[in-house]
Design a protein around this ligand. Structure first.
Ligand SMILES: C[S@@+](CC[C@H](N)C(=O)[O-])C[C@H]1O[C@@H](n2cnc3c(N)ncnc32)[C@H](O)[C@@H]1O
Length: 297
């Protein structure tokens, strides 16, 4: 049984349709982007909430050896910065450095910003308006659902390579789009998400491919790759509980799209998502995170 979902569009003054409203959530309306997660305040809150747990999981904000550069004064960009929390945290710790956060959608803050922070609305899939070798450190986090594999290889990695200064660093953190579990419902939802992403040309475990993409450019040395299994729910402690919430809130935010894709009613989909948390207490459920660093030659 399919669902009849409410869809509405927001018109800009110049007649351009900027956002789509689906099931009460706001989404971008940019034709070359397959990104399918909302860009509203509720999504900003989800991203902000997970920031501290993620720092705890990975033991800090970055792993590249850029501490000295940051202390002296570096130019840093965060691609797909979301609510901008990583940038704001970094900018506070490294006041001599300049931080730029860019995002497809205006979900970053715009007022009361520190002097060393700038947020701009840009699409990574377009050529960014920065000269070659403009940045000492390029950071990117949780963009697995933002690009098709072809876009990663043909647009994102070449653009990152172009923008990084010689002796600069790139660092990317990704999570796999699906959970690993013996729970039947968790498996069912994970398979539906995997199929949905695959149908859009996305690779839900792109984090495993990024080291190869960087190697293929011949522009990076010291490519480092780390993978973490994060146990979800109470068994994983506070960060496991926060990761479970981050994930289930994320897949709930796309309920109309995914319920339609699974050919079930949104209410049925909601019940399945709730069961993921119950299954996480009964069986081991985990997700993978990946962190990849590369040093520009
Ligand atoms: C899951 S959120 C992660 C946000 C942030 N990096 C974090 O970790 O909290 C993905 C972000 O990427 C942005 N995004 C998706 N496609 C993009 C593109 N083509 N160019 C710039 N940003 C993009 C989305 O708008 C969203 O804010």
């Amino acid at each position: 049984m399919g669902c009849s979902c409410s869809r509405r569009f927001i018109e800009e003054e110049d007649g351009q349709v900027r956002f789509r409203i689906i099931g009460g959530r706001r989404f971008h309306n940019i034709s070359n982007s397959e990104y399918f997660v909302p860009n509203d305040d509720q999504e900003a809150d989800r991203l902000i909430r997970y920031h501290d747990a993620l720092k705890e999981i990975w033991g800090g904000l970055f792993h590249s050896p850029v501490e000295e550069k940051l202390r002296k004064g570096a130019r840093v960009i965060d691609l797909g910065c979301g609510a901008g929390t990583w940038i704001l945290d970094m900018a506070k710790q490294y006041p001599n450095s300049m931080f730029v956060g860019i995002d497809l959608s205006p979900i970053f803050p715009t007022e009361g910003l520190p002097l060393n922070v700038e947020f701009v609305e840009y699409n990574v899939l377009d050529i960014l308006p920065y000269k070659d070798a403009s940045f000492d450190f390029i950071h990117q986090k949780f963009l697995t659902a933002a690009f098709t594999q072809a876009q990663w290889e043909e647009k994102v990695i070449p653009e990152i390579t172009r923008l990084t200064r010689p002796d600069g660093w790139v660092e990317m953190v990704e999570g796999n789009g699906c959970l690993i579990s013996d729970g039947n419902v968790t498996k069912r939802i994970s398979e539906a998400i995997r199929n949905f992403m695959t149908s859009k040309g996305m690779n839900y475990i792109i984090g495993e491919e990024i080291p190869r993409f960087l190697e293929n450019t011949n522009a990076f040395s010291e490519i480092k790759y780390k993978k973490k299994d994060i146990v979800l729910g109470k068994k994983g402690g506070k960060s496991g509980e926060e990761t479970l919430r981050f994930y289930t809130d994320g897949i709930s935010s796309t309920r109309i799209l995914l319920a339609t894709n699974m050919n079930i009613m949104p209410e049925h989909y909601d019940a399945l998502v709730e069961t993921i948390s119950i299954e996480a207490e009964k069986t081991i459920t985990y997700m993978n995170h990946y962190r990849i660093c590369g040093h520009k030659k």
